[in-house]
Design a protein around this ligand. Structure first.
Ligand SMILES: CSC[C@@H](O)[C@@H](O)C(=O)COP(=O)(O)O
Length: 355
């Protein structure tokens, strides 16, 4: 069975799997405007750092047909170039942490600034499709590069969803698992349920079980005792932003898993394409962390579980310092024990072979 596509662009429409409805319903959401794309990213209809970037790139293309823009009396708004720049700036406000969003929008801005107005619409669609295709190749390359690290392992733990639903295809953290699965050698996967929005329990469990990979969902508080019992041999997660010295922002709850892995002497791997690096930031404390609404924690599925008088914290991400990371797997290779120097070398080296 071929897996449904996380997102695609057809007849100048952006079609997304509505991830808020999984696993109960496999429904699609069609975006025809920039506004709808912004809303889909903000509501996590489409989520995961690479997928957010790709969706935003396609979202820029929708500015061409946006009825709000066409009806605008503002002269600057009817100029195609400023309409696209406006869309880019607006989409950049959808979520703050995943740097892939800004990376993809910068590529789209480059096209707006370097293309004649008459060719702009087609050139933007072509660039968004290139971003999408490159992501597909990067996922497969991460799968190849990461597979030796997980080969022979019985059980691996992952947090959140860094799989096909977070990218155009295999994902990042799940890519080595899918790679090994092709030859029947995938490890068993433990998926942290990942409070509060349950990307692990809903999405990782859904896509791995669809693919026939052995997956077991655990609550976020179980991993420590399972490590102590020797059930887990390695941890692999994705990333939303990695700094120049290797600090990693990823879904809230990743940092405690990294601490637990260190305590139990287990490898803690991060898998991410090079466009998840923000080389302008050195320290992870400078990564903007998205703060989301109270109800995601206090009233999941509309059912209140926290008294009104109590305050709630809901940061969507945390930062794992580089010294807790055993290796970062990218489409170019593996950075063992990431530091500022090893990351700079990774970027300086010519990409060997194909991605
Ligand atoms: C390949 S996706 C990597 C990360 O984006 C993923 O682990 C994650 O934290 C996603 O968070 P989300 O809030 O679901 O967008």
């Amino acid at each position: 069975m071929t897996a449904p596509e996380t997102l695609r662009f057809e007849n100048h429409k952006l079609i997304l799997i509505d991830q808020t409805k999984l696993p109960g319903e496999l429904a699609e959401l069609v975006c025809t405007t920039v506004e709808q794309t912004h809303d889909a990213i903000r509501r996590l209809v489409v989520r995961g750092a690479p997928a957010i970037g790709i969706a935003a790139a396609y979202g820029v293309c929708l500015a061409a047909d946006d009825p709000d823009d066409r009806e605008s009396n503002d002269e600057s708004e009817s100029d195609p170039r400023s309409r696209y720049i406006h869309a880019i700036e607006y989409l950049a406000t959808s979520r703050p942490t995943a740097v892939n969003l800004f990376w993809a929008l910068d590529r789209m801005r480059g096209v707006v600034e370097s293309t004649s107005v008459e060719n702009l619409k087609d050139a933007l669609v072509a660039e968004a499709k290139r971003i999408n295709d490159e992501d597909r190749q990067m996922c497969h390359a991460i799968g190849r590069n990461g597979a030796p690290l997980l080969s022979g392992i019985d059980t691996v733990l992952t947090h959140c969803n860094a799989g096909g639903l977070a990218t155009s295809t295999w994902g990042t953290a799940l890519a080595p698992i899918y790679h090994l699965h092709q030859t029947g050698q995938a490890p068993k996967v433990l998926a942290d349920e990942t409070r509060p929005l349950l990307q692990g329990g809903r999405l990782t469990a859904w896509e791995l079980s669809q693919a026939g990979v052995d997956v077991t969902v655990i609550t976020d508080s179980m991993s420590g005792s399972l490590m102590r019992q020797g059930v887990i041999q390695a941890v692999i997660v994705g990333a939303d932003r990695i700094t120049a010295r290797g600090d990693v922002a990823n879904k809230i709850g990743t940092y405690p898993v990294a601490v637990l892995a260190r305590h139990h002497g287990l490898p803690f791997y991060v898998a991410a394409p090079t466009n998840t690096f923000d080389l302008e930031l050195d320290c992870g404390d400078d990564i903007p962390i998205e703060q989301r609404g109270r109800d995601e924690v206090a009233a999941p599925h509309g059912v209140g579980i926290v008294p009104d008088a109590a305050k709630v914290l809901n940061p969507a991400f945390d930062v794992t310092p580089a010294d807790l990371v055993t290796a970062i797997i990218t489409e170019r290779g593996v950075i063992q024990q990431p530091t500022g120097e090893s990351i700079a070398r990774h970027f300086a080296e010519k990409c060997s072979g194909h991605i």
